[in-house]
Design a binder for this molecule. Structure first.
Ligand code: PY5
Length: 326
């Protein structure tokens, strides 16, 4: 009998342990006010957004600072403000305000217990099951997903191709809105670049001026001055772009927003890309032309170091951009 009991107890412990391990590896996502296991967060096949790209989304990063034992969300309020604007432009109603979404994000990161860098993906999508294009009044589901995330592009520098697909023009699509459907433009651009052996795509706009990367804004450096395309040149008004424009002053750098031609890319001293995922990524080659001396330039590196200090909470002046999770 003693042996039987021991056997039962062992089996019970194994089951308990398995459940415990499952809990540890389970990731939560936030959907319309609830935290649920990621594998339960599935959508039906007729979901409107799946067919027509009727979603708006954001990409936000949170950085782990081991010295502070703290996870900092970078510019969450600015991202959620853009999120709201994207939905407004599309005529979609998100039932949560900026404060609600920031709170939900903190709650989600805590529930997952992240102690590493993470990428946060809020999305609001037309979740009604219909083939009707008239989305007025249709149900919108809001979700926030967070995943551990390292680098998106090679920090030692990428080789970029100016692809033949143009950036969709402002007059054809409200490209200030971060809408799911518009990303087919980026997908086509990126696979064009990759198929030609490059790492990243640079898209021109309809007028032939430089617009942006597949998921990044672009800056060039010439004689210690930064240049970046203006917001009316069919670009997404990036939050990292705005950050660079603001912090460049601290480094004694002038920033000019102006139209940029393709040949200006080739002859720049330095070129770099900015984005939440890409952070500050040097471009060392464009269409086979070596940029500068083919290595990440000193100004790009200076900006990247400063940016990395800021996002990790090491620069007091910009701590208002950070929301601590713990
Ligand atoms: N331009 C495009 C087309 C983008 O998709 C992005 C961001 C940016 C510029 C930069 O914007 P921000 O600085 O506000 O992030 N792209 C997303 C990102 O999270 C998705 C990349 C796959 O970086």
């Amino acid at each position: 009998m003693g042996r039987n009991l021991y056997l039962k107890w062992s089996i019970y412990m194994i089951m308990l342990n398995k459940e415990f391990i499952d809990t540890l590896s389970m990731r939560y996502v936030w959907i319309d006010g609830e935290l649920i296991p990621e594998e339960k967060a599935v959508v039906p096949i007729l979901t409107h957004a799946l067919h027509y790209g009727t979603s708006v989304f954001e990409g936000i990063r949170a950085y782990w600072n081991a010295d502070d034992a703290e996870l900092y969300i970078f510019r969450a309020r600015d991202h959620y403000a853009r999120f709201q604007n994207s939905a407004k432009i599309m005529g979609m109603r998100i039932n949560y305000g900026i404060d609600d979404l920031v709170r939900a994000t903190v709650e989600l990161l805590r529930a997952n217990g992240f102690r590493e860098d993470v990428y946060i993906r809020p999305i609001a999508f037309v979740s009604a099951n219909t083939i009707n294009l008239d989305i007025r009044g249709l149900r919108v589901t809001t979700a926030i997903i967070a995943i551990p995330f390292g680098r998106y592009l090679e920090p030692k520098g990428v080789r970029a191709k100016v692809v033949s697909w143009l950036r969709i023009h402002n007059s054809m699509f409200p490209i200030q809105a971060k809408v799911g459907g518009i990303y087919v433009n980026s997908v086509l651009a990126l696979i064009d670049a990759k198929n030609s052996g490059f790492d990243e795509a640079i898209m021109l706009n309809r007028d032939g001026y430089v617009a942006e990367g597949s998921g990044e804004n672009i800056f060039i450096v010439k004689n210690n001055t930064l240049y970046t395309p203006p917001t009316y040149d069919s670009i997404l008004e990036g939050i990292t772009r705005a950050t660079v424009i603001e912090i460049a002053k601290d480094l004694g750098l002038n920033v000019i927003e102006k139209r940029i031609t393709r040949e200006e890319l080739y002859t720049a001293d330095e070129v770099f890309l900015t984005g939440t995922a890409a952070e500050i990524t040097p471009v060392v080659d464009i269409d086979g032309r070596v940029i500068g001396d083919g290595k990440p330039g000193p100004i790009t590196l200076k900006i990247r170091n400063y940016y990395m200090d800021i996002v990790h909470g090491k620069v007091d002046k910009y701590r208002h951009w950070l929301i601590p999770v713990y």
